[in-house]
Design a protein around this ligand. Structure first.
Ligand code: NDP
Length: 279
């Protein structure tokens, strides 16, 4: 068996075009505000990519760049001003924040109706409760890739590897809401290979390069690789040993070109949804 490769770039282009068409039909331009604190080079690249993608999808985009020494109070004030601005539909505070800032408090200051990252505890709680909310972008991307794979979720056995608040847990919640039987695995899971082998859906989000081996994957399983890891020589790899898994999986996402591009497209979709719901 050779796995079908789920082309995240093509799917993302289609979603971005859809967002652009929907945005163009509105009487206003939905607006995304991104706050970047400090000069982390990776964050600067992500923020520029989000800004560019938003403009290409006919959304208004504003990036607020603040110095690394910005205090928590000053940052919270910036968030408060964005909350109060009627033209701003989505607010994203780029993580990580400098160590002197308590990220949780800043994220909790964002108006949940403008929380396009879906990290506010009200949105996380509603998601866990099965409600339709602004879903964190990467988990939303995972679900769209599963849909593109034609994966039947109801009754399926799914294993999610990684239990972070931004990826693993919300993915497990969304899969549960879609009636899958979900195992949420993590670093203390006993015999992870066994858990994977009995799953029809494997979502890997660990930050461990190529940890999921080919012989962990049941024949025909759908494998979604969230990981982005830079290894020796500068090469990017996922959390899944892609070449090994190609011969076992029914469908698989590549890294790069899988979950990553879809995540940004889902941010644009969340901004549009936030605008439609709020205005
Ligand atoms: P975290 O570091 O927050 O969480 C990693 C999770 O993996 C933890 O739950 C941890 O378990 C688990 N884990 C670590 N080692 C193992 C192991 N050996 N076996 C089983 N589980 C293990 O990472 P994130 O969730 O933030 O990110 C995960 C990956 O996804 C990273 O590579 C990141 O770069 C990538 N990412 C990609 C995005 C995209 O747009 N494509 C967006 C966000 C993240 P425990 O809880 O026990 O410590």
């Amino acid at each position: 068996m050779t796995a079908r490769i789920l082309d995240g770039r093509a799917l993302a282009a289609a979603l971005r075009a859809d967002v652009a068409a929907r945005a163009a039909s509105l009487a206003y331009r939905p607006k995304l505000a991104v706050v970047l604190v400090g000069d982390n080079p990776a964050s600067a690249v992500y923020v520029s990519a989000k800004d560019r993608a938003a403009r290409e999808a006919r959304l208004d985009a504003q990036t607020i760049r603040l110095p690394a020494e910005t205090t928590q109070a000053a940052l919270t004030d910036v968030v408060g001003a964005l909350n109060a601005d009627p033209h701003v539909d989505g607010i994203l505070v780029q993580l990580p924040l400098p160590p002197h800032v308590e990220s949780r408090a800043v994220l909790e200051a964002i108006d949940p109706a403008k929380d396009v990252d879906g990290f506010h505890p009200i949105n996380a709680g509603r998601l866990a409760d099965g409600q339709d909310v602004l879903t964190p972008c990467t988990p939303r991307a995972v679900m769209k890739l599963l849909a593109a794979a034609g994966a039947a979720l109801s009754g399926a056995r799914a294993v999610v590897i990684g239990r972070s608040a931004i990826v693993g847990r919300p993915v497990a919640g969304l899969l549960t809401a879609a009636h899958a039987t979900v195992t949420l695995a993590h670093s203390r899971t006993l015999d992870l290979a066994h858990e994977c082998r009995r799953a029809g859906i494997v979502v890997a989000a660990t930050g461990r390069p190529e940890m999921v081996r080919g012989d962990w994957v049941a024949p025909g399983a759908v494998v979604i690789d969230v990981g982005i890891n830079r290894v020796a020589g500068g090469r990017l790899v996922g959390d899944v040993a892609y070449d090994e898994c190609l011969g076992h999986a029914g469908a698989i996402t590549p890294v790069p070109g899988g979950v990553g591009p879809m995540t940004i497209a889902c941010l644009l979709e969340n901004t549009l949804l936030a605008a439609e719901r709020r205005r």
